[in-house]
Design a protein around this ligand. Structure first.
Ligand SMILES: O=C(O)c1ccccc1N[C@@H]1O[C@H](COP(=O)(O)O)[C@@H](O)[C@H]1O
Length: 204
């Protein structure tokens, strides 16, 4: 089964649709410059109600150590997703599994990145767009995805209900991650698109 993460959750009703449709993880963007930003208390109202089999993912962009640690203390099951310019040392200091986002420049060396992030549960591959950290709705050249890597691969970047089957057919993936491709407007999910996306992955 392919692991499915629906990211950029800001509303309880969107979380509920994603969970009922079979999402494995929900992402909360703790990056104030994002149009999908949620405060800790907004996220808490949703995270504290999640069923145990659904992983809350905290998306960080160059956050302070103390902030990340405070959220891990509050939710030991939180999976951080480091989506900025964090060094391997920064990501590793928490002694906690995390997702290392990689923005896919043409010359990126995924094998080297995998080696430098031993506690990474997976590498999450996203499109590179100068001046932006992610959530751009853009895809990248999936032929850049290696057949073999020391870490599982989660594909992100411009996925939607129309292209996700193609993505799954073209590479060996542990999981998929979507945000903009299932939105009605920034930070607000379209329930129909969320259902279609998850059905497309599960082949229902
Ligand atoms: O969603 C954001 O605003 C965001 C901001 C900064 C870094 C990452 C962000 N989102 C993540 O980007 C990927 C791809 O998103 P999309 O499907 O192309 O919209 C995904 O992991 C988002 O959670």
């Amino acid at each position: 089964m392919v692991w499915i993460k629906i990211c950029g959750i800001t509303r309880d009703q969107d979380a509920q649709v994603a969970v009922e449709s079979g999402a494995d993880a929900l992402g909360f963007v703790f990056f104030e410059k994002s149009k999908r930003y949620v405060s800790v208390e907004q996220a808490a109202a949703i995270i504290d109600q999640l069923p145990g089999h659904v992983t809350p993912v905290g998306l960080f962009v160059n956050a302070q150590t103390a902030f990340v640690q405070s959220l891990l203390d509050r939710w030991p099951g939180l999976l951080p997703q480091f989506h900025g310019d964090e060094s391997p040392e920064f990501c590793e200091q928490f002694n906690h599994p995390y997702l290392r986002a990689v923005r896919m420049k043409p010359d990126v060396d995924l094998h080297q990145i995998a080696k430098m992030h031993p506690n990474a549960q997976a590498l999450l591959l996203d499109a590179f767009k100068p001046g932006e950290y992610g959530g751009t709705g853009e895809t990248f050249d999936w032929s850049q995805i290696p057949d073999q890597l020391a870490k599982p691969i989660i594909l992100a970047g411009g996925l939607n209900p129309q292209n996700v089957s193609l993505a799954l057919g073209s590479s060996k993936l542990y999981g998929v991650d979507v945000s903009g491709g299932v939105e009605a407007s920034a930070g607000k999910k379209d329930p129909q698109l969320v259902r279609q996306f998850i059905q497309g992955v599960k082949g229902d």
